[in-house]
Design a protein around this ligand. Structure first.
Ligand code: HEM
Length: 147
């Protein structure tokens, strides 16, 4: 990510952070509207805690965008845990769309195309690390094939 993209993500996140719970509520509403089948993954989830978890994780990522190497192991571990929650690669696309929609709803009219691009880049990086780590869990859990 360019320094400008990092600054745009940070500035926009700083404006959402004070209304973190409202933003996270909008996010999950949007997610379940875009794909109602995703709701079953959260059937047993405490959504109050989940909203806080999501926003706290995003805050750590946003703070570390200029030194992502340092948080890669934690992001990989998060990705491996998500494989255990039955989250698939397709779900990451839906979550990315819900995230961008939430920012647009919350920040309009200041959510410019450039800021949207910056967020899409940041989310894409995060998602790709999580998906790759999750795929390695899936591969490791396959039954060995008879030789
Ligand atoms: C950048 C993307 C994502 C981030 C930052 C994120 C963050 C988190 C965090 C912090 C937790 C708390 C539990 C833990 O740390 O393991 C969690 C749990 C969970 N996430 Fe995500 N997540 C992401 C993507 C997704 C996607 C794509 C889905 C699928 C729709 C998803 C579904 C879930 C579910 C089902 C749980 C478990 C809830 C429970 O404990 O009952 N997440 N996520």
């Amino acid at each position: 990510m360019t320094p400008r993209q990092i600054a745009l993500v940070r500035e926009s996140f700083a404006r959402v952070a004070p209304i973190a719970d409202v933003a996270a509520t909008i996010f999950y509403d949007r997610l379940f509207t875009l794909d109602p089948s995703v709701r079953r993954l959260f059937a047993a989830t405490d959504m109050v805690a989940q909203r806080r978890n999501l926003m706290q994780t995003l805050a750590v990522v946003v703070a570390n965008l200029d030194r992502l190497e340092g948080i890669i192991p934690a992001v990989e571990a998060l990705g491996r845990r998500h494989a255990g929650y039955s989250v698939g690669a397709d779900d990451f696309e839906t979550v990315g769309a819900a995230l961008l929609d939430t920012l647009e709803i919350g920040l309009k009219p200041d959510f410019t195309a450039e800021t949207r691009d910056a967020w899409a880049t940041a989310y894409g990086l995060l998602a790709s690390v999580m998906i790759a780590a999750g795929a390695s869990v899936d591969a490791a859990s396959q039954e060995p094939t008879a030789a």
